[in-house]
Design a protein around this ligand. Structure first.
Ligand SMILES: O=C[C@H](O)COP(=O)(O)O
Length: 249
């Protein structure tokens, strides 16, 4: 199995009945299709165990949406990367712009979370991306370069997700040429930082990915997949993304 990876970030959505509804559709799909693109679901912490049971012995991957920097200790309400790994997940999203904004997460903190995830054996999905103001003022490359330098460790084994903040949840994806420009820029930076290894890191796009724009997005050179928010909660649409990805395997 190769081709683009599709990661569904449920964000703070998903009661047990919702998880059952979404996963049941995914199971119908996997029962009827072979060799489809790697597809990962990232439910909220409260549904991780339940979803893990539901997707047992299927091709679907499991991820969490955040982790703490420490492996254990007095951090009330937090979840360690080791705990996520222990539960059977493979991925963890770190540095999502909603956490950068709502929880004032800095590149330094995201670097520590990335390191914690790697130490636990999880694959971090490190999110970067500029705000609307940064895009409009033409500073976006500088912002992205700073985030790459500040959030990624000296040895990196994970994925990078480019998510322009202004395209998230707005229904308006970035233009393909803008995505392509930034993906190429990120690739250059990764190669400068990691040499040959920098060529292997999957670079994802996220921000209003939908069935009607995903084909063009998958066609972008160097694109390793998509990080999907809203559409990951609508199984029929999410599975359309998975289906379209089959043309790119
Ligand atoms: O993590 C996912 C992104 O924030 C994209 O969200 P969206 O697909 O709802 O725009």
């Amino acid at each position: 199995m190769a081709g683009p990876i599709i990661i569904g970030n449920w964000k703070m959505n998903g009661l047990t009945k919702d998880a059952d509804h979404i996963i049941s559709a995914l199971l119908t799909y996997s029962n009827n299709h072979k060799n489809f693109a790697k597809t990962v679901v990232c439910p909220p912490f409260t549904q991780l165990q339940h979803v893990k049971e539901l997707i047992k012995n299927t091709p679907y991957g499991l991820g969490a949406q955040d982790c703490h920097v420490a492996s254990k200790g007095a951090h009330t309400g937090d979840i360690a990367a080791d705990m996520i790994k222990d539960l059977g997940a493979e991925y963890v999203i770190v540095g999502h712009s909603e956490r950068r904004k709502d929880h004032s997460e800095t590149d330094q903190l995201i670097l520590q979370k990335t390191q914690a995830a790697q130490s636990s054996g999880l694959l971090p999905v490190v999110c970067i991306g500029e705000t609307k103001e940064e895009r409009e003022s033409g500073q976006y490359k500088e912002v992205i370069a700073t985030q790459i330098k500040g959030s990624l460790p000296s040895e990196f084994k994970g994925l990078v997700a480019y998510e322009p903040v202004w395209a998230i949840g707005t229904g308006i994806s970035a233009k393909n040429e803008d995505i392509a420009e930034v993906i190429e820029f990120i690739r250059e930076k990764l190669i400068a930082q990691y040499g040959e290894n920098g060529k292997k890191t999957p670079i994802l796009y996220g921000g209003s990915v939908k069935p009607n724009n995903v084909k063009d997005i998958f066609a972008i050179a160097e694109l390793g997949g998509v990080l999907v928010g809203g559409v990951s909660l609508i199984p029929e649409d999410f599975l359309q993304l998975v289906n379209i990805a089959q043309d790119f395997i």
